[in-house]
Ligand binder design. Sequence first.
Ligand code: ZN
Ligand code: ZN
Length: 259
Amino acid sequence: MIVDLHNHTLLCNHASGSIDEYIKKAIETKTEYFGFSDHAPMDFDPKYRMNFNQMNTYEKDVLDAKLRYKDKINILLGYEVDYLKGHMDDRVLNAKVDYLIGSIHFIEGWGFDNPEFIGRYEEQDIDEIWQKYFDTIEEMANTKLFDIVGHLDLIKVFKFMPKKDITLIARNALIAIKKADMVIEINVAGYRKPIKEAYPSSSLLQLAFKLEIPITFGSDAHEPNQVSLFNDEVIKLAKSVGYIECAYFENRKRKFIKF
Ligand SMILES: [Zn+2]
Ligand SMILES: [Zn+2]
């Protein structure tokens, strides 16, 4: 991928491989801007993320790698932050990074993308679940704390689809994203999940394009061999909608590159 801003490291306790292995794969696949955005620490669900004491190590390791590889690739530093009201922490929000991805992994404390809790989908009206998810995305955008919306329609992960038109459910969230001047990512993790397609779907991407919301790309790699997978598919998807450029960030400043 020419720009790839969503990648994890060992520190989150559910990824494997060294920083160097990720970067080597990115160089091999001709990535120009490769960003690490590991799960930021939070006082909720701590086992799937680094802890606050590890932030220094993480940031230093990525910045060291940035220098080491500076003639071959541009390495960027970020965090994927779980947006969860009451659990946001200034140590993360004010970290000196290139960008912050804001992601929703919880609806009212329910880890809806965790197969362990899949039963909960049967307990509520599916349209309501989807609406709650996108209402939370809207709330997150309104905080203006983040640069990128992570995997915009993650709620489709297990393929429990709403009866209602998805673009109607997501419309206000996308308008809030535009107002907050955020970017959405085309994230390929969905290809590795039951839904078997990128986040977001083509219909949501079309709506984003109409609203002039910029895009970026993310492997969401949790192991080095996932870096740049499905590149051809996402470039095709982005172009089919009309996108010709994608965003990356340096020191929280947005820049664009054609793909
Ligand atoms: Zn993860
Ligand atoms: Zn995520």
